[in-house]
Design a protein around this ligand. Structure first.
Ligand SMILES: [Zn+2]
Length: 302
């Protein structure tokens, strides 16, 4: 039954294949609608990132990775039940080496760059291929954290999201982000921000080589919990706890003040206060001058 659903899920994609144009490089093939995008820069970004990820890419099969650039929202929505769906801009099927990307204009409307989305989805495919023995059991926060970390993704607003949720004590335990992310945009934003920070903190505390050691254990088929216990000496539950304890120390009032909104808001508030004080002083000076002028000069008094 499962395989039947799988086939039906992909029917729209294959039945429409005839309308797709394609262009390929050494490791990638881009499918796109005519006159919609120039495939050359897409292939170039993909190949550069593939080479950057050589620590993984040299160990996996060099079978072509396909990238489908959708034209319409409908095209894209047809694949909504994808294993890894990156909030309306892209999705990746790591085991079948397929990436589906939203129309570039939609990506730009979401204030993201196509290069960034592309690198993120390719990171999913490469990581999924390398850890294929363990990939289905790896918690989603780790999978997303890895894609963000390796694609060097930067999304405006993620720092602020984390900061305000640390303040309001509404950080979600990582173990609640194991299988899926919240459906709401706000919940998903927080889940991505947390995944990014958890991986960044892991690397800061343990080093990038330790992260690679964990990934290599996954490659050999270990679960993430086993990999953590072997490599860093504590399990995922402990990591979850330590990471959450580290947040208030790293996202405190000073970093809150340095966050751009608060900083510029505070600065303009300060300017306003200075302006009001100066205006008051000037008014007082003026009043004094008027009073003096109104007084009759003793010289003219007879
Ligand atoms: Zn992702």
């Amino acid at each position: 039954m499962k395989s039947l659903i799988f086939v039906f899920m992909f029917l729209p994609l294959f039945s429409a294949t005839a309308n797709w144009k394609s262009s390929e490089s050494t490791h990638f093939r881009v499918y796109y609608r005519e006159k919609m995008v120039d495939p050359k820069p897409i292939l170039q970004i993909a190949e550069v990132f593939y080479a950057e990820m050589s620590r993984i890419s040299r160990h996996i099969s060099d079978e072509t990775i396909t990238i489908w650039i959708c034209n319409t929202q409908e095209d894209f929505k047809a694949y909504v039940h994808a294993p890894i769906q990156d909030w309306a801009v892209g999705c990746a099927f790591p085991l079948s080496r397929r990436i589906i990307i939203q129309n570039p204009s939609q990506i730009m409307a979401a204030k993201l760059q196509i290069a960034q989305v592309l690198r993120h989805e390719i990171a999913h495919v490469l990581f999924g291929q390398y850890t294929r023995k363990a990939v289905k059991g790896i918690p989603l926060w780790f999978v997303e954290g890895i894609a963000i970390h390796f694609s060097k993704e930067w999304v405006p607003g993620r720092h602020k999201t984390l900061l305000s949720n640390v303040f309001t004590k509404s950080i979600v335990p990582l173990q609640e982000l194991t299988e899926k992310f919240p459906v709401s945009q706000k919940g998903a934003d927080l889940a991505y921000a947390q995944s990014q920070d958890a991986l960044r903190w892991f690397v800061e505390v343990n080093s990038i080589e330790t992260l690679w050691a964990v990934i290599d254990h996954l490659h050999k088929g270990a679960t993430l919990n086993e990999a953590f216990t072997t490599v860093v000496g504590y399990d995922l539950e402990t990591f979850d706890q330590l990471w959450r304890e580290s947040l208030p120390q790293r996202y405190h009032w000073a970093s809150f003040l340095s966050s751009s909104y608060v900083f510029w808001g505070g600065l303009s508030g300060l300017f306003l206060i200075c302006y009001l004080i100066t205006r008051r002083r000037r008014r007082k000076q003026l009043d004094r001058l008027i009073q003096q002028e109104n007084r009759i000069d003793p010289f003219f008094i007879e």
